[in-house]
Design a protein around this ligand. Sequence first.
Ligand code: C2E
Ligand code: CA
Ligand code: CA
Length: 562
Amino acid sequence: MESGFSDSRLNGERRKILVIEDEMVNRLILGNTLRGTYDVVFAETGAQALEILNDQFRTLSLVLLDLNLPDMYGVDILHRIKADAVTAVLPFIVMTADQDAEVQCLNLGATDFIAKPYPKPEVILARILRTIELFEGRDILRWTERDQLTGLYNPEFFFRYAAQFDARHPDIPTDAILLDVNRFHMLNERYGRAFGDEALRRIADNLRQALQGAGGIVCRKSADTFLAYCPHRSDYGDLLRLIGDGIDKDYHARVRMGVYPNADRAIDMERRFARAKQAADRVKTSFSGAAGVYDAALYDKESFNEQLLEDFAAAIRGEQFTAYYQPKFDIHTEAPALCSAEALVRWNHPRLGMVSPGIFIPLFEENGLIRELDSYMWRKTAGQIRSWKDRFGWKIPVSVNVSRIDLSDPLLPQLLEKVVDEAGIAHEDFLLEITESAYTEDAEQIVSVAETLRESGFRIEMDDFGTGYSSLNMITALPIDTLKLDMQFVRTAFRDRNGMRLIEAVLSLARSLGLTTVAEGVETEEQLQALKALSCDIVQGYYFSKPLPAEEFEAFVREKGI
Ligand code: C2E
Ligand code: CA
Ligand code: CA
């Protein structure tokens, strides 16, 4: 019932037989007998035999073993092979003129016996065929714990056959395919397990039918995950439709699929399917019904990210992270006046050069490393504020970015307290930027941490306003001091009149709540003038300056005055 290689194994695919025999005449006889049906490899000594077994055992279907070898007893070879669980599965037929050796060999696991002098070729062939059939049947049984529910292969069996396929067909390109059911647990919860099981059986049947004849093998990997290994094709959309046939309608479920095409044989089977899974994950939220196809760019990104994560500890130790400072200008006055700055992290990677925070911040947020990086940045920034005060008598408040991950730490207020205390600076000079989306994600927790921080004297800017989903109502209730309009929000505002009205409304609401307003990403004179006309308080952006290293920032301040 399985579609798969075992079928083709049993119907005439050429098997490979190893003949271990030191006498040339015997090799000639056996070679002539076997070559019409099988591929034959010869070993003349025990040492050669072991080498071939070691290298090729996956592609071998049978070993014919002569017991008298120049360098070794045949029995010893048998013993060594059977002692190793991996090679033990290979069937052996022993060839000898010695009747007494028979029992010993059978005890050691030989499958059959051929007496010397040799019987007629048909007899030899018949015994060999029977042994292979018998053995492959038993071999299947041994591994058979077939998946009870769907009748598909179980993973062990599947991986074994996939490896055999590779060994037998080194030149046929293959695809690793992974399928699963979107939110399968919901199906079980809502309609009961029996219903869920039925859906899985249906998918398994579809899968079998779709790949039958195409030379693929399939298994159920875990609850609702299926794997397929098959000769390369390109009609993944059609394949997915065949497999998902009736699943949407009858089971209210959606099958998703990821393909790693032309799988690289140099990487192990599990990783090939991990790549298929990665491709599938990319379509998790899409309702396009398309199959995800793994591509190298995805892989590059993955390994690039891995590299960054690996390099993190050394980067902290080696001070590869530095703070750049971007000035903010008060635009109430006739001439804009520098009033504060934002600290932005830069990573000067020894091999990759400058890596953008747009790449590594989201990565470090996912992996929790952001907390270490941020507290590092806070200490550096606090130290810088102090140093400017000591060296030049400047009092420039600087804001730092606080990731939503930092906010999940209930000890955050103490940590920040310690940072400003150790640097000996005032709370009001150390501004905290918290992104808008943090407030909408886990509002209660964030709000309570933000309240604590404000009570101890910190001022809080809501960063990226306009990108999240907070309503205008919501900001009336939040413990913040400043509203920082996201640059995208500012940009769209300048595109049409509705956008302009929206920004006007936001600015006037903020004013009525007593919030300071900052617009970021301001690049042109026109934007500056418009924001000024709308009574925006502070402006930050390339129009004034890019983020600068500390020394350049110092030069900038001296030039602009403070
Ligand atoms: P953000 O906090 O919204 O920072 C503003 C970003 O806009 C900065 O990018 C800044 O260089 C850029 N920018 C400023 N003015 C302009 C302009 O006029 N035009 C344009 N096109 N861009 C402008 P950057 O430095 O690449 O930082 C990207 C994001 O990375 C930041 O966005 C922030 O979310 C995050 N980030 C940066 N440093 C840190 C940090 O130390 N900790 C944490 N948690 N996040 C950080
Ligand atoms: Ca920011
Ligand atoms: Ca921002």
